[in-house]
Design a protein around this ligand. Structure first.
Ligand code: ARG
Length: 588
């Protein structure tokens, strides 16, 4: 379906032409002065230059034409040359009825579906998920859903960090504790046990212990580096241990992500890219892109227009070891081979921006990705505590994601129980659903690149710009619709009638923005724009609800019309929150 602004522009173009002016000046936008009008066209000002006339003259002539159109209820030319417009209620409800009939509520699928890979999550194996990975998961999931809604083929890849010194550390520590395991016996040729020699709880304890010890014990660290090297060069026992570490971690990660309503199509990791490294490096050398510098292998990636220094991209260290950049480049080789994406979006902490500038430039320069493949870095800011510093536990440690979710759910439960009596089990279930909205909306409503303050009390409030407020609005609509049905109402074959008051019109006008918002939010990979939209829509609905009788409407056709309007509002809100990655309960 055409966007409402496009329809209005089209109508205004006819008026410009009829008045003898070029149609290109007819662009209509939302009003900057909602107190005066709903839409405006500022084209007369620009046209004045071409036609050497006063803008007001042009605005007057176009306004006269526009007044003949049934699209508008009121058109005013305002000095120096603005054209202010209000929609005719008939036209407006016609648009809404078309939206209603469309299963996508007027938001067409893209005409150019692309394969888009989203690299998000990025947890590190054997380390517990902490809040630093939360933003990536929440934002990435939403972008994946937005892309799918727009009709693209979107693949989500968790891109595990499973290839560093942390693996060697675990191996060495495990060897200390259980030296008799067959994984450490180089002469062992039999099958390795199917069962991992540790649980997730043990694994999560082993890694920090080993990591702390390596900082004090040089020999221990050497040993871990050696183990990492041997693992990376195919030592059988260590490879088998890596598989155990991966299996145990991934099972735990999946459980955690499921609690967040986050799901990945691919569970690939840095280790999957390793087989592609040798050939990739060889080609970079053969083509003359990579050269030796102080023993290391590098590729220059700076450009003349750079305003800050972009150091050469390091491919191999002087000891021949690969780096984070090498892995990301090899991952691009693999992705091209397996999925051939048109676009890859990386949702990663913005402090890694330089890394991605280097990787992207190097990949283009060396032909690792096609010239037309879009590589985008969506760098997000830090989630801070109320003290403005990165969020920590009360004891000052890194907060585990599980505990953070638990905190929110508990606060939500208190609020829910305080607001209405509910059975314990239902209250707990509801607190989980609403708690997730608090967490996700609290994050997504900020522009991703900005830091924000995590504030449990504010996020879980049912008032203000919060997830629970949006859910309250949806639940309110659901309960009105349910009541209507229970009283035997049926509005199946009714249509939405022209609005009868200002707040009804305001709600209708908000609804018409849906397709434009969705399209634009995805183009700019900006979930916060969807949040801003549903906040406005929820406000418009609540104002309408307080000022207008719905079930109490005496005129039956009007009542049915309002039921349909509510149904549409609910559909739009529910579609938006689904794209954001949360849902509404039945009651709250
Ligand atoms: N594992 C990394 C970290 O914790 C994030 C990975 C991001 N994705 C990537 N392709 N580099 O910092």
């Amino acid at each position: 379906m055409k966007k409402i602004l496009d329809l209005l522009t089209q109508e205004t173009a006819k008026a410009f032409a009829a008045a003898g002016y070029d149609e290109k000046y007819a662009r209509v936008s939302l009003s900057n002065r909602p107190d005066l009008c709903e839409y405006q066209c500022n084209g007369a000002m620009a046209a004045a230059k071409e036609y050497h006339k006063a803008p007001a003259m042009i605005a007057d002539a176009v306004t006269e034409e526009l007044r003949k159109s049934s699209v508008f209820e009121d058109v005013q030319a305002v000095k120096p040359g603005f054209i202010n417009m209000k929609l005719a209620p008939e036209f407006l409800c016609g648009y809404l009825n078309d939206m209603e009939k469309d299963e996508r509520m007027g938001c067409d699928r893209t005409e150019h579906p692309e394969t888009i890979l989203i690299d998000y999550g990025g947890p590190n194996v054997a380390k517990p998920l902490h809040v630093g990975h939360l933003r990536s998961a929440i934002i990435g999931e939403s972008i994946k859903r937005m892309g799918r809604f727009m009709g693209h083929h979107v693949i989500g890849d968790v891109h595990l960090g499973d290839w560093g010194l942390q693996m060697g550390l675990i191996i060495v520590e495990l060897k200390e504790r259980q030296p008799d395991l067959p994984y450490f016996d180089e002469s062992y040729e039999g099958e390795y046990p199917a069962e991992a020699p540790f649980t997730i709880a043990e694994l999560e304890e082993i890694y920090p212990t080993a990591s702390a010890r390596s900082k004090e014990d040089e020999a221990y660290k050497e040993e871990a580096m050696q183990a990492t090297y041997e693992l990376q060069h195919g030592r059988r026992g260590y490879q088998a241990l890596l598989q155990h570490i991966l299996n145990v971690s991934v099972t735990d990660l999946k459980r955690n992500y499921a609690n967040l309503n986050v799901e990945f199509d691919l569970w690939k990791g840095e280790s999957d890219a390793q087989p592609y490294i040798p050939a990739m490096v060889q080609e970079m050398k053969d083509k003359g892109y990579a050269y030796e510098s102080d023993g290391a292998l590098v590729v220059d990636v700076k450009e003349d227009t750079d305003t800050k220094e972009v150091p050469p991209c390091m491919i191999l260290k002087s000891d021949g070891a690969s780096l984070y950049t090498t892995t990301d480049l090899a991952t691009l080789v693999e992705r091209r081979k397996l999925y051939d994406p048109d676009e890859i979006i990386y949702v990663v902490d913005k402090r890694q921006e330089m890394h991605f500038i280097q990787v992207f430039r190097c990949a283009k320069k060396c032909g690792i990705v096609k010239e037309e493949t879009k590589l985008r870095f969506l760098g997000f800011g830090t989630m801070n505590g109320k003290d403005g510093k990165p969020f920590k536990t009360r004891e000052g440690g890194v907060m585990r994601l599980e505990y953070l979710i638990k905190d929110i759910d508990e606060e939500m439960l208190k609020k829910i129980q305080a607001s209405r009596p509910m059975e314990e089990a239902e209250a707990e279930e509801t607190a989980k659903i609403v708690g997730l909205s608090a967490l996700k909306y609290g994050d997504l409503s900020n522009q991703a690149s900005k830091d924000y303050i995590f504030d449990v009390d504010r996020f879980t409030s049912s008032e203000g710009n919060t997830g629970p407020y949006i859910l309250y609005t949806i639940v309110r609509i659901k309960s009105i619709l349910k009541k209507y049905q229970e009283e035997g109402g049926n509005a199946e074959d009714a249509r939405i009638l022209p609005c009868q008051n200002e707040s009804e019109k305001a709600l209708m006008l908000e609804l018409t923005k849906f397709n434009g918002v969705m399209e634009n939010a995805f183009e700019e990979i900006a979930p916060h724009k969807i949040c801003a939209y549903i906040y406005d829509l929820a406000n418009a609905f609540n104002k309408f609800y307080h000022e207008t009788k719905i079930l109490g409407t005496e005129d039956e056709t009007m009542q049915k019309s309002r039921i349909r309007l509510l149904t549409l509002t609910r559909r739009v809100l529910e579609t938006c929150i689904d794209v954001l990655g949360f849902e509404a309960p039945e009651r709250m």
